[in-house]
Design a binder for this molecule. Structure first.
Ligand code: GTQ
Length: 343
């Protein structure tokens, strides 16, 4: 009688507490917390042909009058499919703007970046700065910067979008505003800003922002790097991080972008870290071993290495360099003292 009463009193307690929006720790049992971070994000690879086919079809049926952007998102099979995010913190999608089109001006709390894949001569305007796009350029639209995309060229434009949307959503901070016109007035060009940047660094004057990394500068820096003795990283090959030239800090508050070059036949060593990385293959072909599985990739493919998954990269060509573009949530983990690495 006594025992039954005590069993009954726990379930009665739980029920009574639930009615008052309370919960007892004992409901978790004795298992406790996991010994290492756990994630629902799954390793996944998306083939360029699938992404490209979808973009081309969207080009036929989606107009920029009916959809604010013509964007195809990569969806992680381990996450809620309705949300359509590639990871729990960052989102990757691909955007297509046809000749003569304009994607109207807006700004939002999620930070975004563009890595240009195809086309030449279209531009994104960021807070009045005209950033003319060429393949390999990285263009930033940090939180609440106005941006619109215009293709006044004769070629279709394709680029990769990265956003910290899932993170900003988890913090319940998503909002967007539309600009009064479709396009912002252009006040200056990236070239003018870059010229001023040199002068401002010499004079110790701070420019407010830096939005545009040209591929010709990135490529030159990569080629300098491969010539420097001891520059090869054992886990990432020749890795170049996009740093804020004014602060020396990460690309943006929440996102670290990088390019890495793996020479022909190169194989890196295995490690893992608490940041999650989204990769896009800019040049070449190879493979990334994630845990037990090998993901073979070639130009245009994208893949995700989820947090705390051991991984290493292989260039499977005997003659060509491979170049990976990547974005990671490492700045967030570092800011929160949650960044750890193991090898
Ligand atoms: O180009 O402004 O992939 O606002 C998602 C949201 C791109 C953009 C995305 C956006 C944009």
């Amino acid at each position: 009688m006594k025992q039954a009463a005590s069993v009954d009193s726990v379930s009665r307690l739980d029920r009574d507490m639930a009615e008052k929006n309370l919960s007892g720790y004992w409901r978790l049992g004795m298992e406790g917390l996991p010994p290492h971070p756990m994630t629902a994000v799954e390793p996944c690879l998306w083939k360029w042909t699938d992404v490209y086919d979808s973009l081309v079809r969207a080009g036929e049926v989606i107009s920029l009058e009916n959809s604010e952007r013509r964007v195809v998102r990569l969806v992680n099979p381990g996450l809620d499919q309705q949300q359509a995010f590639a990871t729990h913190t960052l989102q990757i999608s691909f955007q297509y703007v046809k000749p003569g089109e304009n994607a109207r001006a807006h700004r939002h709390t999620p930070a975004a970046l563009r890595f240009v894949l195809q086309g030449k001569g279209a531009y994104t305007t960021v807070n009045g700065q005209q950033c003319v796009m060429e393949p390999g350029d990285l263009i930033l639209t940090p939180k609440l910067t106005w941006h619109d995309h215009s293709n006044d060229s004769k070629e279709p434009m394709l680029w990769l979008d990265g956003l910290d949307f899932p993170l900003v959503q988890a913090l319940h901070q998503v909002m967007q505003e539309r600009y009064s016109d479709r396009r912002q007035p252009i006040e200056k060009s990236s070239e003018e800003v870059m010229d001023k940047l040199g002068a401002s660094l010499r004079h110790g004057v701070r420019l407010a922002d830096f939005f545009h990394y040209k591929w010709r500068d990135t490529e030159e820096a990569l080629h300098e790097l491969i010539k420097s003795p001891g520059a090869r990283d054992r886990f990432d090959g020749y890795l170049l991080e996009y740093r804020n030239p004014l602060s020396g800090g990460p690309t943006m508050t929440t996102i670290q972008c990088a390019v890495q070059l793996l020479p022909a036949n190169d194989e890196t060593e295995t490690h893992r870290h608490t940041s999650t990385v989204i990769y896009h293959v800019f040049r070449g072909k190879g493979a990334t071993q994630i845990g037990e599985r090998r993901y073979d990739w070639e130009q245009g493919d994208s893949f995700v290495v989820p947090l705390w998954h051991v991984h290493r990269h292989l260039n499977r060509s005997s003659s060509e360099d491979a170049i990976l573009f990547s974005m990671s949530d490492a700045p967030v983990l570092k800011a929160l003292d949650l960044y750890r690495e193991e090898f």
